[in-house]
Structure formats: structure tokens, C-alpha cells
Design a protein around this ligand. Structure first.
Ligand code: LMR
Length: 329
């Protein structure tokens, strides 16, 4: 079906007889679920081309976007079992397996782009990535998307009460579930690529996502209202199968790390522009009303959501939570 064998890790070695002399080419299958024209979609392509050119084609990275290979529900298992070599799931998708990762879903925890950068590149990120070793997965870095906004079909959402009795699609994350619960709404965990359909048939009334995901997947089409709430941050953990990583030469590992650092810096800057551009395009949609939260409205959300911090602290411990509180200062 895909033209190559995905049944085991050895599929990453491909016979290349096009070049002078016959040599093995290393192939990395990189699977993700979003559209090409998004922060993650563009970063994956950029990383692939940097690695390919710097290894003179010795490493080829095949990027599979839009969930064509695996969905957000099964890509992690595929990575562990070596059916793909790399994935970049939203951090929220790791929270059930690694409860500490829930801190990244806390509402209003990252008041600025600098705060999220500090979390990802500093001690918080380091602590979280090291958790993954238990699963023989190497966490390479975090990639940026942006702040989440809320869409729904029936009325503007400005005050916490406006959430009452609505039903939202969420990623599988206990903190996100609590967030909507505190606001009086119910939730269903649904795969990203089933969200459009579930909005269309009205199984859910709304969802939260970044402007780039909302625009590129047309999640606004059956929605009439969007609130620019910036209430949470959506970003990615970039993961590689550890056994595969350990089999690479030092030289290849160095090239991958260098290309990754460069791509991470690139997506940190460009993700902001890409989401702004998607917001501009969403503003041109006649059937979508866009509202911005006032300071007072935001404070009302924050106050309503405060109990989640204590709840999370009891699960992840005060040491990690202290680091999160620091970013809010
Ligand atoms: C979502 O499920 O809404 C996002 O995680 C999709 C993504 O990977 O950005």
C-alpha cells in the first residue's frame, strides 16, 4: 500500500542502487497528523530536507502528514514498536501515560511566548523528556504551535457561564477534561482527524485548537463563533525510536541534532506568524464571528479554573509545580 515494508524497524534500511557504488540508505518514517501548511507540517519538511542534504542523501526522511499513516491514537505505539522512526505528538497526547506532562496543559500557565520557551527549553522540558526513557523513546525536543482558541456553534463564549451545557471535542488529557468540567461543559476525546466530522454532525458543539489547525482543517466551517482566549498552549514533543537512534553513527546523530536545533528555532519564530496569518484568514470568513476576551473576562476564566492547579499539584508534585508557578510571575 505504501510501497515499502512497515512491518518492522529493519524497514528503515533501503537498498539504494541509483548512486555510484551500492550503499545502504537509512530511511526515517516520520508520521504526523496535521496539514502540511502548519507549524508542525512545515517544521517536519524543513527538518527532513536539512538532514537529507547534510548527510548527502545517506539519510532520507519520509514525512507522512494528515494522519495518513497513523492517527494520534496509534502513532505512539507505532513508534515504540519501530513501525515508524519519528513522530511529533501534541504534548497533551502523552499525559495519560506520563502524568507530569499535564503541567503543559494547565490553563493560563504560559502568559507569554517567552514563558513557553522557558518551559520547553529549560528544566521543565528536560524533566518531561527524560520520562520517556522508560518506554525506550528518545525525546529530541519540543516544537511550537500556539495558543488555543475556542470555537462553537451556538453563541459567543465570553464568560465562564457561556460554556454551560456545551459539549466539546478534546485531546486525551485529564487537565483539559477538568478545564471544561470546571466551566460546566462536557467533553469527548476524539482523534484530530475525526474532529471536523464530529462538528459537522453536531456530535460536539465545539472544540479548542490553534488558529492554524482550525483554518487548515476547516474546523470553523460548522462553527459560528470563535473566541480568541489564548487560554492554553498547544505544542509538540519530537520523538525518535531509541533503538533506531542508538544504531545511528555518531556523525549522523550529530547532523540530526544540529538540524533539529535549527528547525526548533525556526518553528518557534514562524509558528507565531503562521497562526497570525490563519487568524487573519479566519476573520475573512463571513459566517464566523470572532470575539476577543476582555481583561475582566479573562480573569473570570482564570478564577474559575484555579482549582485545577491544586488538583494537578496533587498528581505531579510541588517541585514541578513550583517551576510552573515561576513562569507566571
Ligand atoms: C489536536 O489533536 O487537536 C492536535 O493535537 C493536532 C496537532 O497535532 O496539532
Amino acid at each position: 500500500f505504501f510501497g515499502f515494508d512497515l512491518s518492522n524497524a529493519s524497514s528503515s534500511l533501503e537498498y539504494d542502487d541509483e548512486q555510484e557504488g551500492i550503499k545502504d540508505k537509512i530511511v526515517i518514517q516520520f508520521s504526523h497528523v496535521v496539514a502540511e501548511n502548519t507549524p508542525k507540517g512545515m517544521a517536519a519538511r524543513r527538518f527532513a530536507s536539512l538532514v537529507e542534504s547534510r548527510t548527502n542523501g545517506e539519510i532520507k526522511i519520509q514525512v507522512h502528514s494528515n494522519g495518513t499513516l497513523y492517527s494520534d491514537q496509534n502513532e505512539y505505539e507505532a513508534l515504540r514498536e519501530g513501525r515508524v522512526e519519528m513522530i511529533a505528538p501534541a504534548t497533551s497526547n502523552l499525559t495519560k501515560r506520563f502524568p507530569k506532562w499535564q503541567v503543559l496543559d494547565l490553563p493560563f500557565a504560559f502568559p507569554s511566548y517567552q514563558a513557553i520557551e522557558e518551559a520547553y527549553q529549560g528544566e521543565i522540558g528536560e524533566t518531561l523528556l527524560s520520562d520517556l526513557e522508560q518506554d525506550d523513546i528518545k525525546g529530541l525536543t519540543f516544537w511550537y504551535n500556539g495558543y488555543k482558541q475556542v470555537t462553537n456553534s451556538s453563541h459567543p463564549i465570553l464568560n465562564p457561564e457561556d460554556f454551560h451545557r456545551l459539549h466539546f471535542r478534546i485531546m486525551p488529557s485529564p487537565v483539559i477534561e477538568s478545564q471544561f468540567e470546571q466551566l460546566g461543559a462536557s467533553t469527548s476525546e476524539l482523534p484530530f482527524n475525526k474532529t471536523y466530522r464530529n462538528l459537522e454532525v453536531d456530535f460536539v458543539n465545539g472544540q479548542e485548537n490553534t488558529a492554524s489547525n482550525i483554518y487548515s482543517k476547516k474546523l470553523f466551517q460548522d462553527q459560528s463563533y470563535m473566541t480568541i482566549s489564548n487560554h492554553g498552549y498547544l505544542g509538540y514533543a519530537v520523538l525518535i525510536n531509541e533503538a533506531f537512534w542508538n544504531n545511528l553513527s555518531d556523525e549522523h546523530r550529530e547532523i540530526i541534532e544540529g538540524a533539529m536545533t535549527e528547525t526548533t528555532n525556526w518553528v518557534r519564530r514562524h509558528s507565531i506568524e503562521m497562526n497570525d496569518e490563519s487568524t487573519r484568514k479566519l476573520r475573512q470568513e463571513e459566517n464566523l464571528q470572532i470575539d476577543y476576551l476582555t481583561q475582566t473576562q479573562q480573569e473570570a476564566w482564570e478564577q474559575r479554573l484555579r482549582p485545577i492547579y491544586e488538583e494537578t499539584e496533587s498528581m505531579v508534585g510541588s517541585k514541578l509545580m513550583k517551576k510552573i508557578y515561576k513562569l507566571k510571575d
